[in-house]
Design a protein around this ligand. Structure first.
Ligand SMILES: [Ca+2]
Ligand SMILES: [Ca+2]
Ligand SMILES: [Ca+2]
Length: 691
């Protein structure tokens, strides 16, 4: 007894004398403490050979896939050794460490005994003794599990190591377990409240937890502006999960999330495999859409009270390919420590989802007025304005925006001069509105939206277009969501509703829509959008739009004079069947209606008329005497063309208040079988009282 005690004493004496020589590399002092702070984060995707510095001890495990399928992405660590199965981490600075988490799968043939549990343990004394953090026991095989374990206070030392250990196993053929995407983290506490990455020269790893399936590279680069063309690309052919997850970041009502995304590099939109932007308040245990769909229907979400907008779900398609999204947290009512992810799905070898890419991500304080929607916010301090805008807050257009837009959709592709986004619709002859020609036919799944460029509508009067909701003779499906017409005066950051157009039994007949532009939309930088909401990217009925005109003059316009020698799109809003050409010996070009068109008419823009206004024109119904007998109506409208009345009313000598003899059927073929001049005073009833 005495001898033993003496030995023990001498041993401890000798230990204390030789301690400085026996500390491991990187440790020193009387108690072998770390000489420099240890790493406070450990992140491992097991896609490459394990670094001995991170993982000093690995037994009974090797990297691989499960019959070719990844657990999350690339290779995982598979524990299938017959003997000892253990993975031991390096010491970490866990003083502010919060959690350990990893993906885990247990595969067994029989029902293992309880002793075959996998233990998660930690040691705060260099591996001399180990304490249990959790025990994972599974009586059957599991799906891929996401395990999240908060660190106990006792583990929060400046040198804590961890190990996964299965004390007993039934061997390779009976029992295997797999881990992937492991993270031990607590550094979020010290992280700046900004995530910013443009992926030039690779991702900035401290911003991201994992990006399974992602690699930096070029994607659709010819459509991108600027030189920062490298993006985080998720190739169709990558197996496993396609997602990218930020670290936890503190957000508040002043935070924005801004990014550029391109799903599919295609103009064909579809509802399959969209990318969802989600958030988690609980370190990734559960995820929710960051922005819910606000479609105007019965809304349980109070987030939909102020604005109708799509969800943060990004479908393949859109003409421009790349687009910038900016989401302001003021309307989301989110604050605290939150992580975000862009998530497409998990893909096995039999599927091929569209390739997508993410770029220019910024999460942090907003810039001044959110750059008015016309610029990119840089670290909350300044804006880089889009081409065409300048000023500290990008509010100044370099040149005046166009104050007139007229589009008949006859061209084959979207006119980038007029529209900034088209998704879910194509120029087509299907489901016709006018008797001939193309229109914009929305029949695709995914996102259905048309957005104009910014216009100067400060003095504009109306927006008008033909709309047909549903095709064919049968009534459209009553489940179809209405088409919304919205406007934005802040570069697309927020949207107000102009009108919604409901599908009904009769909505599959083309009709003219004409709306007065409200005062709040009359700015020098207003854009319009047509959008049909959808919960899942699927739709019940198609719709078409054609003959779009935005313009007119709120302060009055006129007089209208036209000798048809040149094209003046502003004077004539619609003229189906009409062309400018010399006809019947006219003096130069005339406005001729010679096409075999079912519909033939010409409509002027709104004209301001004074007390002594008159209308005068040369008219010819044919070039010679013919037997055909028909008349052309001359009508006026006081309500943007929705309803029409004859300009001239029958005035017979028997009528007491007629000063002169006129007939409503004024422009008849037998009278005007050659050119003749018509001059008429505009009657009082044809003048709007508001003018
Ligand atoms: Ca992996
Ligand atoms: Ca980039
Ligand atoms: Ca057309």
């Amino acid at each position: 007894m005495y001898f033993l005690l003496s030995l023990s004493l001498s041993l401890s004496l000798s230990l204390s004398l030789s301690l400085p020589l026996r500390c491991d590399h990187g440790y020193g002092g009387a108690h072998c403490v770390p000489l420099a702070p240890l790493p406070s984060i450990l992140r491992e995707d097991f896609n490459e050979n394990l670094a001995a510095e991170q993982w000093p001890e690995v037994y009974g495990a090797e990297r691989g896939t499960l019959s070719g399928e990844p657990l999350k992405s690339g290779t995982a660590l598979i524990f299938k050794g017959e003997g000892l199965r253990m993975l031991v981490s390096r010491d970490l600075d866990c003083t502010s460490m919060l959690y350990i988490q990893f993906s885990f799968k247990f595969i067994t043939k029989g029902v293992p005994e309880r002793s075959h549990s996998v233990l998660l343990q930690y040691s705060v004394n260099g591996g001399i003794s180990w304490l249990l953090l959790d025990e994972f026991y599974f009586p059957t095989s599991t799906d891929t599990l996401f395990l999240h374990l908060p660190l106990p206070a006792r583990a929060q030392t400046n040198a804590t190591r961890f190990r996964l250990w299965q004390p007993y196993n039934s061997g390779k053929k009976e029992e295997v377990w797999v881990i992937d995407d492991l993270i031990i983290d607590g550094s979020s506490f010290n992280n700046p409240p900004v995530v910013s990455d443009n992926f030039e020269g690779g991702p900035q790893d401290y911003n991201w937890l994992f990006y399974p399936g992602g690699n930096t590279g070029l994607y659709c680069p010819y459509q991108k502006s600027g030189l920062e063309e490298s993006a985080m690309v998720f190739l169709s052919s990558e197996l496993g999960e396609h997602s990218i997850t930020t670290r936890d970041i503190d957000v508040n009502e002043n935070t924005i999330i801004q990014f550029e995304i391109n799903v599919g590099c295609t103009a064909d939109s579809s509802a399959s495999n969209p990318v969802r932007l989600e958030f988690s308040r609980n370190f990734g245990a559960t995820w929710h859409l960051l922005v819910p769909l606000c479609s105007g229907g019965p809304q349980p979400s109070s987030l939909c009270s102020t604005e109708l907008h799509p969800a943060s779900v990004y479908y393949p398609g859109t003409t421009q390919g790349w687009r910038r999204e900016v989401i302001h947290f003021g309307k989301l009512r989110l604050c605290g420590s939150i992580r975000f992810r862009w998530y497409q799905g998990f893909y096995s070898s039999s599927t091929s989802p569209p390739t997508w890419a993410l770029d220019s991500v910024y999460i942090g304080p907003q810039c001044q007025d959110m750059c008015n929607g016309h610029g990119t916010c840089v670290r909350g301090t300044h804006c880089i304005c889009d081409p065409g805008y300048s000023g500290a807050d990008c509010s100044q257009p370099d040149t005046l925006n166009p104050d007139f837009l007229k589009e008949d959709f006859e061209g084959g592709a979207m006119d980038a001069e007029r529209f900034r986004l088209l998704s879910g619709g194509k120029h087509s002859r299907k489901c016709g509105i006018m008797s001939s020609g193309n229109h914009l036919f929305f029949s695709e799944d995914g996102l259905r939206m048309l957005v104009t460029n910014d216009m100067d509508l400060s003095n504009a009067r109306f927006v008008q277009f033909f709309l047909r909701l549903g095709c064919g003779k049968a009534s459209p499906d009553p489940r179809s969501q209405p088409v919304l017409l919205q406007f934005s005066v802040d570069g697309g950051l927020t949207w107000g509703l102009l009108q919604d157009f409901l599908f009904s039994n009769s909505s599959n007949q083309a009709r003219l829509v004409a709306l007065e532009i409200p005062l709040r939309a009359r700015t020098t930088s207003t854009r319009l959008r047509w959008w049909q909401p959808s919960e899942n990217g699927h739709f019940y009925s198609p719709w078409v739009i054609d003959q779009l005109v935005v313009g007119g003059s709120a302060s009055g316009w006129g007089p209208l004079e036209d000798d048809f020698s040149s094209m003046d799109g502003r004077s004539w809003l619609l003229h189906p069947g009409g062309t400018r050409m010399p006809v019947c010996g006219s003096d130069g070009a005339a406005f001729a209606f010679i096409e075999k068109s079912n519909t033939r008419y010409a409509v002027t823009t709104d004209i301001s008329l004074g007390q002594d206004a008159f209308i005068q024109f040369d008219f010819s119904a044919s070039c010679s005497v013919t037997n055909s007998c028909y008349a052309i109506e001359l009508e006026y409208s006081l309500d943007l063309g929705l309803s029409w009345q004859p300009l001239v009313r029958d005035c017979l000598p028997t009528s007491p208040d007629c000063s002169s003899y006129t007939l409503q059927r004024l422009l008849v073929a037998d009278t005007y079988n050659k050119w003749g001049r018509v001059t008429l005073p505009i009657p009082t009833y044809a003048r709007s009282v508001t003018c």
